[in-house]
Design a protein around this ligand. Structure first.
Ligand code: ZN
Length: 185
């Protein structure tokens, strides 16, 4: 058996990432995705983390943790204070940055995401980029139940508008986005 030396920093990273996946799995435990199989919600944040890690080569454990946690503020009862307590202020703030304000009307919220994208932190930009890649792949492969063609097309175009504000963040992930955008229905 290989005896690899694992540094303390690597142990800390693995610890952080495992805690984030466990926290998110617990928070999203009763939620399902909108695809026809109604797959468990947690698959989505795990997908983001996987895209960042495997396709983007992103090794910053705070970005991976934030990706795993990215929908907890928006879609569960989680508070920013709770995230800060468990994961520290920086991760809590990245999650906040990628959170849509629910009480704002949907169309306005979508405009706001485009407007805010350009002013996001580097960590938040990476999470947003991965989110848009995953969402377009999902819509292309397993369209949400009951979405008419026009709604899918609008989603693709809106995602591109957001990503266009993030250009220069990570060329390889941007290329992956452009690749999936060609699947626009
Ligand atoms: Zn998401």
């Amino acid at each position: 058996m290989d005896t690899e030396i694992i540094t303390e920093a690597e142990v800390d990273s693995a610890d952080l990432i495992l805690r984030a996946v466990a926290f998110a799995a617990h928070k999203h435990r009763d939620q399902r995705r909108k695809d026809k199989d109604a797959s468990p919600y947690i698959n989505h944040p795990i997908q983001l983390a996987t895209v960042l890690w495997e396709e983007g080569g992103v090794r910053d454990p705070e970005v991976i943790a934030a990706a795993l946690l990215h929908d907890t503020l928006e879609d569960t009862e989680t508070t920013w204070q709770e995230l800060r307590g468990a994961f520290g202020e920086e991760i809590a703030d990245v999650v906040l940055e990628v959170t849509d304000t629910k009480w704002i009307k949907k169309e306005v919220r979508k405009r706001l995401q485009v407007a805010r994208a350009a002013h996001s932190s580097d960590k938040a930009r990476l999470v947003k980029l991965a989110d848009k890649i995953c969402n377009l792949r999902d819509i292309a492969a397993h369209p949400p139940h009951g979405w008419p063609l026009e709604r899918k097309q609008q989603y693709f175009d809106w995602a591109k508008e957001v990503v266009d504000q993030l250009r220069g963040t990570h060329p390889e992930l941007e290329r992956r986005f452009d690749e999936v955008y060609t699947l626009k229905p």
